[in-house]
Design a protein around this ligand. Structure first.
Ligand SMILES: [Zn+2]
Length: 129
């Protein structure tokens, strides 16, 4: 990781933390959860956001399987994109480490920062527990 790279502070930083197993979410005094980059709570507008450790496991709520991807994800197809419920927050990511046929609602997953086989860019992934 280069210190010289100008980074999009916020989400990139969050991906760094997540890849080190230190993912977090932002919580306002009302207990609403959201993900960076955020300066205000999307639910109540509070600016008093605190970083709280993300629960280790989430559960897939819904997913879609892509067989014919956009060119940016060509080499990754077929793949499943899911929304997983981590309690205070819902996170969208690509399901990794499992055959797409094995992906189902209710599947328990852990957050895993992965790299797109096509673009080499980091993407948020879910790895079944
Ligand atoms: Zn709030």
């Amino acid at each position: 990781m280069s210190e010289n790279t100008v980074r999009d502070a916020g989400f990139d930083e969050w991906l760094d933390a997540a890849s080190e197993g230190e993912a977090y979410y932002l919580e306002c005094p009302e207990g609403h959860g959201s993900l960076p980059p955020r300066r205000v709570c999307p639910d109540c507008g509070s600016t008093d956001l605190e970083e709280v450790g993300l629960p280790e496991r989430g559960e897939i709520e819904t997913f879609t399987v892509t067989h014919i991807p956009t060119p940016a994800f060509e080499e990754d197809a077929p793949y499943a994109t899911a929304i997983a419920n981590f309690g205070p927050v819902r996170i969208t990511g690509q399901v990794v480490g499992v055959d797409v046929d094995a992906v189902e609602n209710g599947l328990e997953v852990e957050l895993e920062v992965t790299v797109s086989e096509t673009t080499g860019e980091r993407v948020l992934g879910f790895s079944p527990v």
